[in-house]
Design a protein around this ligand. Structure first.
Ligand SMILES: [Zn+2]
Length: 175
């Protein structure tokens, strides 16, 4: 199914955020594996530090690469854009992640201090209601969900566990 790009208003791509994201390229590297890429820290990152900002174009349906920000709004990295401002697209899921999305300013922030060489991951179930392409997780954490399908499919206990980092739109859609 083709995703229709509706507009580029929310979250706004500002010069400040583009510049910030580009500067963060010194701190991270993209590593490419067999059939996946991931973002890794090249230096230590402090708890609550901004990793980068979620900027891009919005569409009304999800894809493998989008991040949901509202009921029918999903952020895409623009196709022809300067890659370095959109490193967030390489951030993989983990059931025990090291970062979260702060939806008040659309930033990715560190949950805890992150060490040199660690992979930057966030919990897709905290932003996505229904994941476009559910996948089997291999994060090996004790609390691994197994199949990652989105917030909608979590148990009430699982929802409680991630409440602190869950996007408000998910709670509203779910309610
Ligand atoms: Zn997992």
């Amino acid at each position: 199914m083709k995703t229709e790009i509706t507009n580029i208003v929310f979250p706004r791509i500002t010069d400040h955020k583009v510049k910030f994201n580009c500067e963060r390229n010194n701190i991270f590297e993209v590593r490419t594996g067999n059939n996946n890429s991931g973002l890794y820290a090249k230096q230590e990152i402090k708890i609550d530090e901004v990793i980068c900002y979620l900027i891009g174009e919005t569409s009304d349906s999800p894809t493998k690469y989008t991040v949901q920000i509202y009921k029918d709004k999903h952020v895409n990295p623009p196709e022809a854009a300067d890659e370095s401002a959109y490193l967030w697209k390489y951030i993989n899921h983990s059931c025990q992640p090291v970062i979260y999305v702060d939806f008040t300013d659309f930033s990715f922030r560190a949950i805890r201090d992150i060490g040199h060489g660690e992979e930057i991951t966030f919990n897709y179930n905290t932003s996505e209601y229904e994941i476009a392409r559910p996948f089997k997780c291999n994060c090996r954490s004790q609390k691994c969900y197994g199949l990652v399908q989105g917030y909608k499919y979590l148990t009430e206990i699982e929802k409680k566990e991630i409440m602190k980092y869950t996007a408000e739109h998910l709670i509203r859609i779910d309610g």
